[in-house]
Unconditional design. Sequence first.
Length: 212
Amino acid sequence: MSSIATNRAVVEAPGAAGYGAAHAPRFDALDPVAVHGEFLRLATAVGLSGVRVLDAGAGSGRDARWFAGRGAQVTAVEPGADLFAHGSARGGGPRWLRDALPDLASLREGARFDLIWCSAVLAHLSPADQDRALARFAGLLAPGGRVFMSLRDGPYPAGRTSYPCDPDRLSSLARRLGLLVLRRRRTPSAQQANRERGVEWTKLLFAMRIRR
């Protein structure tokens, strides 16, 4: 059984609206390697045994379980009630927190992570909160740690809160926060319905500079 905790003060994040229990099987059906292949390889090049991973906006828990199944110590954070219930009930190793970006207030003081994974999340935050989330990630990284983000470019279905994501702005902020841009790539969506809508993704991998 996964460890589960809830930030009692968290209010359902606007970006979680429109994601119900019916979406979880669709997310689970996608292979993380097929979706993120190159970036998974780069982010986990040194292996995953004992690596501290934060999955920020974990959704159904698909990626969190993938990391945990390879030996990582995973904290999965999800604000949506239905997705949180689905993911935490599946088990598979992650520690689950019901909390939301950009603050992640339920993380213990002094928490540090070797890899922060934020897939298909930031478009649900306003640009100001996107910046706050990236700054929060930088503060949670261990020396040499890495941050992965995938940014959606394209329409969402009606009923979902969404905002534009500017990869140039976020990359510039990352540099000011002491992060190196290791890889940036634009890719088509893994889901056929999204491809038909013209949805594409910009994927970014950052690393914290090691200060000597």
